[in-house]
Design a protein around this ligand. Structure first.
Ligand SMILES: CC[C@H](C(=O)O)C(=O)SCCNC(=O)CCNC(=O)[C@H](O)C(C)(C)COP(=O)(O)OP(=O)(O)OC[C@H]1O[C@@H](n2cnc3c(N)ncnc32)[C@H](O)[C@@H]1OP(=O)(O)O
Length: 352
């Protein structure tokens, strides 16, 4: 605005000064001088404005980037202080390609994440591990999201790490870094303000079984199985699946499932509280439709409220009571007097 006013004055000035015509030369030289001064000032102002705008944009960019980095650090478990070298392991993982992790975000606030490496029963290649981290970042920045379904391509969930990769990184340093990389990613996945479901078709083995425990719910199709096969690989869970399993089914049942590398079919999973429901169909498209319908009972409504619900539960699940209560108070503050709350006060619904 300011610059356009100045341009206008500058354009009008010589013409006005010439109108009197009594001392045209003197007037002309005065007008030329004023015009020059104004032009200089205008240039200065424009340069200053451009500098200020660039500075403001840069500051804004830095603020957003810092906020995201801090948020990722806050939501992650490991950083350099733990001997974790993210860039080193990422570079290593990038060397083992294959498959992809696909994300589709829908207008209704539901996202579908597909583990896509059907040739190897959706085993995680190195690049898929890195892509999973990228997709989680994308979901963290998706402010309209309410729900997430994770499923595998080709009618099976996931057979864990790609054993070809495991072999290549079987030294202790790479193993620890990969473990911390996946724990960070799955912890951030678990803490997303989205209600998440693992749709288990076919097999969820090893790391695949661990991934299901980073979701809020598991739904299984007939004939599917979850199996922590780690013991048979001379391992224990390393992606956080052991700790999460204990919280889902209790320590006794977790010990049984890990200690025997037991096959968990839908019925047993239901009775252990590992699975929420057994779907009717094991056909890919129909199972996904059933999972959507099941999840939508929890995701219908305003995003701000659904996300707040998940945040309250995540805090209660993870934090000591006092910290969880304080967090609940803060989250309550974000919805109290908010649009959904005010509309409900006008509607005064009866909760029959
Ligand atoms: C810390 C533990 C670690 C982690 O958490 O990071 C792990 O996850 S270790 C990996 C644990 N998973 C396994 O050990 C799975 C091994 N695979 C199997 O038991 C079977 O393949 C099974 C039961 C998943 C599927 O059996 P099915 O008869 O239905 O199919 P195929 O065996 O013919 O499999 C087809 C094709 O896929 C290859 N495949 C399957 N899983 C993996 C894997 N995890 N890594 C690499 N490749 C895998 C399998 O070898 C076949 O390929 P082909 O070239 O035809 O032999």
């Amino acid at each position: 605005m300011a610059s356009s006013h100045f341009s206008l004055a500058w354009l009008l000035l010589p013409h006005r000064m010439n109108q009197g015509n009594s001392a045209p030369k003197a007037a002309n030289s005065v007008s030329n001088n004023i015009a020059k001064i104004l032009e200089q000032r205008l240039c200065c102002m424009q340069a200053k404005l451009t500098r200020e705008m660039a500075l403001a944009l840069w500051k804004n960019f830095l603020q957003i980037t810092m906020k995201r980095i801090l948020q990722q650090r806050r939501l992650s478990l490991y950083n350099g202080a733990h001997g974790y070298e993210e860039e080193v392991i990422k570079k290593k993982l990038q060397q083992f390609s294959g498959g992809s992790i696909n994300l589709s975000k829908e207008d209704n606030g539901m996202a579908i994440l597909t583990l896509n490496n059907p040739k190897l029963m959706n085993a995680f290649s190195g690049t898929m591990m890195v892509e999973l981290q990228e997709r989680v970042t994308e979901l963290e920045n998706w402010k309209d999201g309410k729900g997430l379904i994770i499923h595998g391509a080709g009618n099976t969930f996931c057979s864990g790490s790609d054993l070809n990769v495991v072999k290549e990184i079987s030294n202790s340093q790479d193993g620890m870094n990969m473990c911390m990389f996946m724990q960070n990613t799955l912890t951030r996945l678990m803490r997303l303000p989205l209600i998440s479901v693992a749709l288990v078709q076919g097999k969820a083995f090893g790391g695949g079984a661990e991934l299901t425990t980073a979701c809020d719910f598991r739904l299984m199709t007939p004939g599917s199985e979850i199996r922590f096969v780690h013991k048979h690989m001379g391992l224990v869970p390393g992606w956080g699946g052991g700790a999460r399993l204990v919280r889902i089914v209790g320590s006794g049942a977790a010990l049984q499932l890990l200690g025997a590398a037991a096959r968990v079919e839908p019925e047993r999973a239901r009775s252990l509280g590992l699975s929420e429901a057994t779907l009717l169909s094991s056909e890919e498209t129909r199972a996904l439709a059933e999972a959507r319908a099941w999840l939508s009972q929890y995701t219908e409504g305003p995003a701000a409220v659904i996300r707040a619900v998940k945040k309250v539960v995540a805090a209660g699940r993870e934090l000591p009571l006092e910290a969880a209560l304080r967090t609940e108070k803060d989250i309550f503050g974000t919805v109290w007097g908010g649009p959904a709350n005010l509309q409900a006060l006008v509607r005064r619904p009866k909760h029959k």
